[in-house]
Design a binder for this molecule. Structure first.
Ligand SMILES: Cc1cc2nc3c(=O)[nH]c(=O)nc-3n(C[C@H](O)[C@H](O)[C@H](O)COP(=O)(O)OP(=O)(O)OC[C@H]3O[C@@H](n4cnc5c(N)ncnc54)[C@H](O)[C@@H]3O)c2cc1C
Length: 415
């Protein structure tokens, strides 16, 4: 299946960006019978700075796409090993309306498979083509200018799905504004080899410390790719007002040194890279008359754990559902995002903002880690493993608190 198709002169749906969000959108749009072109600036396979963790939400999306066989020989992750403040808890995924299993897949492999799947579903996939600019026909996008090396061309299109990631250059051209006064993440990851060949848990160390032993917001992770290889990383939360002031690479090195004995590393870290994470729908202008922003471009990342592969794939799917319902996405798309994620993101980013206060961490960290039950609750809330279908006491409480938070937001998510 080719990922190097020549872009057409004209297409119905143009999807910009072949990460999980764009490829899922292209696959669903092609399945729904639309004529679709999926572009990515990079040649595939391409790396993407990530922890590579597939949460149960992401597994649910893989299942919907019919891609579970791709995960067959990959690690089957049964839950989270949470460590810190002198304790370690093994917290199984809560299940409920979501699968009780996760996985870890390097992004070169995952994203290539998803782009291939879009092609198999009928999308024309043109990797190596960068969207440069959009041309307007009144207030609607009429064409997109694209380039491959020195060749510049124009593709006419009826609608555009913008899935161009954290920096979202095309989103920015369309008026996207990322609000960095709301908590966002900065994170670094690398790969390391270990003698621990088999691990069914992803590990999160919730107690990070600066060089002078002060609590540092964020967490360190070790996610097993299989065969004794791990994705290792550290992430920190910040806001424009309260920058994390942390040297991520040094923090990562310290984390590696601290975990060396427990995880029996047999290599130094390779492919160290860092990136930012927009979170919790903290962007404005996520739609226009004939375009929608999805995935990281729309800041669809969980503010409490930094996962966004799942939200990327989900937003790809629901954006396509909207294609069939209306011809004007200006208010329909933000409304749909708010309905799905608004209250959860609002509550989560409020808590994430609290976590940027070292004093809060100093008290809440040891307190939370004292109780396994509390950590189980935290996993479910922080991982947003609560869907609208869930109606148990904790789910109802989370919905209630999220709604309260939403009502007191000065700027609600996606606005
Ligand atoms: C260090 C780190 C660790 C993380 N760990 C996890 C994790 O373990 N689990 C998890 O679920 N999430 C994790 N995330 C978040 C996750 O990586 C993102 O949420 C996810 O990749 C979003 O998918 P996307 O498709 O929206 O964007 P991306 O995956 O970034 O894809 C965007 C695509 O658009 C292309 N593009 C950009 N500009 C253009 C253009 N002008 N023209 C054409 N193409 C363009 C890019 O080449 C890219 O392929 C992590 C993030 C970071 C930074």
């Amino acid at each position: 299946m080719t990922l190097h198709a020549a872009p057409p002169d004209r297409t119905d749906v143009l999807v910009v960006g072949a990460g999980p969000a764009g490829s899922a959108a292209a696959a669903w749009a092609a399945r729904a019978g639309h004529e679709v072109t999926l572009l990515d600036a990079k040649a595939f396979p391409r790396d993407k700075t990530c922890g590579d963790g597939l949460t149960p939400r992401a597994i649910a999306e893989m299942q919907r796409l019919g891609l579970l066989d791709f995960l067959e020989d990959r690690p089957e992750i049964v839950g989270l090993r949470a460590a810190g403040y002198g304790r370690t808890w093994h917290l199984p995924w809560p299940g409920g309306s979501l699968p009780a299993v996760g996985s870890v897949v390097p992004r070169e492999e995952l994203d290539t498979r998803l782009a291939e799947h879009a092609a198999e579903s009928g999308a024309r996939v043109a990797t190596g083509w960068r969207a440069l600019d959009v041309g307007f026909d009144g207030d609607r996008i009429g064409s997109v200018q694209i380039a491959h090396k020195d060749t510049v061309r124009t593709v006419e299109c009826r609608r555009v799905i913008v899935a161009d990631g954290v920096k979202s250059p095309i989103g920015a051209r369309l008026g996207r504004v990322w609000h960095r006064d709301t908590a966002f993440g900065v994170a670094a990851r690398a790969y390391v080899k270990s003698e621990v060949m088999h691990d069914q848990w992803i590990t999160a160390h919730l107690e990070l410390r600066t060089a002078d032993n002060n609590p540092q917001s964020g967490y360190g992770w070790l996610f097993p790719i299989g065969g004794g290889e791990y994705n290792i990383g550290v992430g920190a939360m910040q806001t424009a007002k309260r920058p994390a002031s942390v040297n991520l690479r040094r923090l990562l090195q310290r984390y590696y040194d601290q975990r060396m004995a427990g995880f029996r590393f047999t290599s130094s870290m390779v492919r160290v890279r860092s990136a930012m994470l927009p979170m919790g729908g903290a962007v404005s202008n996520v739609a226009g008359p004939n375009w929608m922003l999805i995935g990281d471009a729309a800041a669809c990342v969980n503010p409490l754990n930094g996962e966004g592969i799942d939200y990327g794939m989900e937003t790809g799917r629901v954006a396509v559902e909207l294609l069939a319902e209306t011809d004007d996405y200006r208010s329909a798309w933000p409304a749909l995002l708010q309905q799905r994620y608004g209250t959860a993101f609002s509550g989560a980013r409020r808590l994430a903002e609290l976590l940027t206060h070292p004093d809060f961490l100093r008290v809440a960290g040891p307190l939370g880690m004292r109780s396994r039950r509390l950590m189980g609750v935290a996993l479910r809330v922080m991982g947003n493993f609560i869907t609208p279908e869930d109606n148990d006491a904790l789910a109802r409480l989370a919905h209630l608190l999220g709604s309260r938070s939403w009502r007191s937001d000065t700027r609600v998510p996606f606005s």
